[in-house]
Design a protein around this ligand. Structure first.
Ligand SMILES: Cc1ncc(COP(=O)(O)O)c(C=O)c1O
Length: 410
């Protein structure tokens, strides 16, 4: 493909609002787990648009399906029935074991809908000031309500007053949760990611998830599991909470559901499925035919190509190879941990390491660093063993050299 973009490439972006500390890279096109910049340099993509490009780039079955949909119908309105919504909802219900779906366009929108469901669940029970349990280091989005639920002071700084009605607790600590909610009749829900993504790839213990399910049943609270980043097959099951063998009452999804076409969804079980009535919630773009087709085709291709099994197997291979290549650094404590599940992997270093993003780019690899010291790997679920090996062959020496140059424990 010609590397030229259909628009001029500006070195800086004087007109785009300054909300991202961007790296000096402009991408032109992609194929599978590779992308090329406007100068023709190739990169391996271990970031997948931050856990979005489930099927990689230019997928040979997704692209023609989207082209067909674009020429047929991109957008209509939720004034009318949209058969593709019904098709995608039925599929998500089948995969999740839950019952009903609301569609929107982003992760924060899905989480906003979940928070509204929880509040209305409370109001319907006569609770006038409902409160929702949320977690340290959580990330749920950047709207005023979702940043209030987020457990990161940097995300909240400058945007007060925050939305009230949240009780914050540490992750994986059942006693702390019981203490924080004891005797509080206003609690209506517990809201958490099954694996915290932005917070540093922090998995929730399966025992803790099971304890939460039990507690929510006993107390008549909603268990709301944000699967925006860890869901849609990334961990080797459709949804990360399924490793604990439990069912949530509410599950926000987005990111990987549309393989890059903006989409969000809130899946609800019986306890939450009938809380909203017409007029309670909506979204102009939510559930539009193009986004729904992207979701339907993404899942169809994932099933046909066994991408859950691939995510599990490649995740194991990735983690084991990294553990072998960084064994000395793990032993010395310079690498504190390699964790995650499937193709959601975090490598926690003993020192801040944001500089690794640029260093990886220089060597032809896309990664991200989150929570200052955690290298995050969330590649497309189509990644092959040879591509994983090629990614590790770039990343492991970079990490070793970076640690040595920055005085981390030898
Ligand atoms: C767990 C989780 N929830 C919500 C969001 C917000 O999604 P969006 O950026 O699509 O609004 C993110 C984004 O990183 C996320 O990781």
């Amino acid at each position: 493909m010609n590397a030229a973009l259909p628009v001029p490439v500006e070195a800086a972006s004087p007109h785009v609002m300054n909300t991202y500390g961007r790296l000096p890279l402009a991408l032109s096109h992609g194929q599978g787990c590779r992308v090329w910049d406007v100068n023709g340099k190739a990169y391996l993509d271990a970031l997948g648009g931050i856990a979005v490009n489930t099927l990689g780039h230019n997928h040979p079955r997704l692209v023609p399906a989207l082209q067909e949909q674009i020429s047929r119908l991109i957008h209509t309105s939720n004034y009318y029935h949209i058969p593709l919504q019904e098709a995608l909802a039925a599929k998500l219900v089948e995969l999740s074991g839950m019952t009903n779906v609301f569609f929107c366009s982003t992760g924060l929108e899905a989480n906003e809908a979940a928070l509204k469901l929880a509040r209305k669940f409370g109001h319907d029970k006569g609770i006038e000031r409902p409160e929702i349990v949320v977690y340290d280091k959580a990330f749920h989005g950047r709207s005023i309500a979702t940043l209030s639920a987020t457990g990161n002071a940097k995300v909240q700084a400058g945007f007060g007053p925050l939305v009230e009605g949240f009780i914050r607790v540490p992750l994986n600590d059942a006693q702390a949760l019981k203490k924080a909610t004891a005797g509080n009749p206003n609690v209506v829900a517990v809201f958490l990611e099954a694996i915290q993504g932005e917070g540093g790839v922090n998995p929730v213990d399966v025992d803790y998830l099971r304890a939460l399910r039990k507690l929510c049943d006993e107390q008549d609270w909603l268990l709301m599991i944000d699967e925006v980043q860890c869901g849609m097959g990334r961990t080797g099951k459709w949804f990360a909470h399924q490793w604990a063998g439990i069912l949530p009452d509410v599950m926000p999804l987005a990111k990987g559901l549309g393989s890059g076409v903006p989409i969000g969804a809130v899946v609800a079980g019986p306890k939450a499925a009938k809380i909203f009535a017409p007029g309670n919630h909506g979204s102009t773009f939510g559930g539009n035919p193009l986004a729904m087709r992207a979701g339907v085709e993404t899942i169809r291709i994932m099933e046909r190509d066994g991408l859950l099994d691939n995510a599990a197997a490649m995740g194991r291979h990735f983690t084991e190879t990294l553990q072998r290549e960084l064994a000395e650094q793990l032993a010395s404590g310079a690498v504190k941990d390699i964790r995650g599940r499937g193709l959601m992997i975090g490598i926690e270093l003993a020192i801040p390491c944001s500089a690794l993003m640029q260093k990886a780019l220089d060597k032809g690899l896309l990664i991200s660093v989150t929570a200052e010291s955690v290298v995050r790997l969330v590649p497309p679920l189509i990644v092959s063993a040879a591509e994983v090996d090629a990614m590790v062959a770039i990343l492991a020496p970079l990490i070793r050299d970076f640690l040595a140059a920055n005085g981390a424990p030898a």
